[in-house]
Write a protein that binds this ligand. Structure first.
Ligand SMILES: [Ca+2]
Length: 203
């Protein structure tokens, strides 16, 4: 596509210079009777060359917006998954998650959860590590750094990093060995240009 544009542009410029009567790479340009047309064709040809030489990247909208995007699998069979993403204090990031897990595959194989989990209103899951915080059972949770405060992610969260460090994700469950499935988390660390300012809460 780009090479074709450049070729056409070169032919147009050549035709403009010699005044038409040209046949090149399958394109035939008749003799011109008018100088302004010749000039116009020359300009058009130059424009084609410029467009053709432009890096392809700039043609796909949103590809150079500066956001860092990553998709990470969070298996239900282990605590804290290192997302390999490092956030800086003050940086805004968003996490959207989907997928399905089971928290007791042998005894309750029909019981499945999504990233939002469920409120543990009847205290059926006393072993949940983030019960005190009031986070849903089997919900996706996160922390920044090994000792960072844990925050509930659920299916969607946008927040501002309260500290710098590696981002970890886990599932709010007390026993991981009887689980299966995984959540898939899409993490977008926003460039300062795309951050929503002070709107998002700290995490
Ligand atoms: Ca479990």
């Amino acid at each position: 596509m780009q090479a074709t544009l450049v070729t056409l542009g070169v032919v147009a410029v050549m035709a403009a210079i010699v005044g038409g009567g040209l046949k090149a790479v399958g394109v035939e340009v008749p003799v011109f009777g008018s100088i302004p047309r010749q000039v116009l064709l020359g300009i058009f040809g130059l424009a084609l060359i410029v467009v053709g030489l432009e890096p392809w990247q700039s043609w796909s909208p949103g590809s150079d917006d500066g956001d860092k995007r990553s998709v990470v699998a969070v298996p239900a069979t282990q605590p804290w998954t290192d997302t390999s993403i490092v956030v800086e204090a003050g940086e805004e990031f968003s996490i959207t998650a989907d997928g399905e897990i089971r928290d007791d595959k042998d005894n309750n194989p029909q019981r499945t959860f999504g990233p939002n989990g469920v409120p543990d209103t009847e205290n059926q899951h006393p072993g949940d590590p983030f019960k005190v915080e009031g986070f849903n059972h089997a919900a996706l949770v996160g922390r920044i750094g090994e000792a960072g405060d844990v925050f509930e992610v659920g299916a969607e969260l946008t927040c501002k990093a309260s500290s710098s460090g590696p981002l970890f994700l886990s599932i709010n469950d007390g026993l991981f060995t009887d689980n299966d499935g995984e959540y898939k988390a899409t993490i977008v660390v926003k460039s300062p240009v795309n951050a929503s300012g002070s709107d998002s809460s700290p995490c």
